[in-house]
Design a protein around this ligand. Structure first.
Ligand code: PLP
Length: 403
């Protein structure tokens, strides 16, 4: 079909036939028979929680990212909370982060009674702008939380230099970026602590789950205690030592990831490199098809990184289009393309507005990007035909709204 033919099709939102008969989601997991078998084996074993699979998964992940330690958690959010605790955040402290992220990145600072302070993002990558972050450092700042938006690593060297100068801890929110590379190193081996998520739309899944990687033994020990009520040993260690005594040394939570989940994670890890390669292939296909499309700005990749492509967020060139993001979003959904938006800037959520008095306009780059962002479907199980459907729907919808 030619572009002219596609652009004369009646939009599904106006009663025409949709590009696809069924909805293509923006993200989804791939679980195969080997994953199911791994879970079933663990269900038949002696350990359902904190058993051998937890340690095995943590060791495999630490080795894979190139960090000394990896500590698993029941979610990426729990992992962020633990990292905020390990960084010593407490009431009166501040931590600087990006407004263009999932609320959990800033919420973990609030969990500790500290204050999240936002600094705007860079126009090209939509990652935390190190210069604006530097301008927000005060005597109360204790941590910086850069976010690897969409899987593109943040400017980690600049942020680490800032941290060194001011004695801060860098907690990298890499929930989008498992497998991304920064200046030749895998994300997870660069920041003081790096946080991953294993939610089903991510590069590998454990259902819910998360991990913190670090080279710092003191952080690793605190993270392990924090996820287990603040207790200094786990049940398996006590059982193998043949003793019952344990001590609670800090106020922690039950944030443990189960052996069942870790068995799934270990099996999923075997497919991680293949899945990353597929995501990179999909991103390359999108870039080739969409780079010169009227009204579309594709995500920018800096030369010193290899992104992991959790998301593929395009920005609409609204000055070239006769309608706003909302109408285009609805038209693409009607074509059965499961587009999404990442993210409503955190300070624009009612909770943050009411608690901190944000009025809008404080972070103009993030806010302007938000008005134009649409995430296209991106998951390793997508077929070439799925990619063609997305491109077909975009050509069809954007031609209709071309000025
Ligand atoms: C940037 C970011 N941080 C944190 C999280 C929280 O991870 P989880 O859903 O595993 O709690 C997410 C989840 O999507 C995320 O995208």
């Amino acid at each position: 079909m030619t572009v002219t033919q596609v652009s004369s099709e009646v939009l599904a939102v106006h009663g025409g036939s949709p590009v696809r008969e069924t909805l293509l989601p923006y993200g989804r997991q791939s679980v195969d028979e080997s994953d199911i078998q791994a879970v079933v084996e663990t269900l038949r074993s002696d350990w359902l929680t904190t058993g051998p699979k937890v340690l095995e998964f943590e060791e495999a992940m630490a080795a894979w990212v190139g960090a000394k330690y990896a500590v698993s958690f029941s979610s990426g959010t729990a992992a962020l909370h633990a990292a905020a605790f390990a960084a010593g955040l407490q009431p009166g402290d501040e931590a600087i982060t990006s407004p263009l992220t999932f609320a959990a990145t800033a919420n973990c600072v609030l969990y500790q009674g500290a204050t999240p302070v936002f600094a705007d993002v860079l126009e090209d990558t939509l990652n935390l702008d190190p210069e604006l972050a530097a301008a927000r450092i005060t005597s109360r700042t204790k941590a910086i939380l850069p976010v690897d938006y969409a899987g593109h690593p943040a400017n980690l060297d600049s942020i680490l230099r800032l941290a060194e100068k001011h004695g801060l801890t860098v907690i990298e929110d890499a929930c989008h970026a498992l497998g991304a590379e920064y200046r030749g190193r895998r994300v997870g081996s660069v920041a003081h602590m790096t946080v991953f998520s294993f939610h089903p739309v991510k590069h590998l899944t454990t259902g819910e789950g998360g991990m913190v990687t670090t080279d710092n033994p003191a952080f690793a020990e605190t993270l392990r205690r924090f996820r287990n009520h603040g207790i200094s040993s786990d049940a398996r260690q006590r059982q193998s030592a043949g003793q019952w005594h344990y001590e609670m040394v800090l106020l922690g939570f039950n944030y443990r990831l189960t052996d069942i989940a870790c068995a799934l994670g270990l099996q999923q890890m075997k497919k991680l490199e293949r899945n990353l390669a597929r995501r990179r292939q999909i991103a390359a296909r999108y870039a080739a098809e969409l780079d010169n499309m009227h009204g579309v700005l594709i995500p920018k990749t800096r030369a010193d990184v290899n992104p992991a492509w959790h998301l593929y967020p395009i920005r609409l060139g609204l000055t070239k289009l006769s309608s706003g993001r909302g109408e285009i979003f609805r038209a693409l959904r009607a074509e059965n393309i499961g587009v999404n938006v990442h993210y409503i800037p955190v300070h624009r959520h009612p909770y943050y507005r009411e608690r901190f008095g944000y009025k809008g306009g404080e972070y103009p780059v993030a806010e302007a990007a938000y008005e134009r962002l649409i995430s296209l479907p991106m998951f390793h199980g997508m077929t070439d035909a799925d990619i063609e459907d997305v491109v077909h729907a975009l050509v069809k919808v954007l031609a209709h709204f071309e000025k």
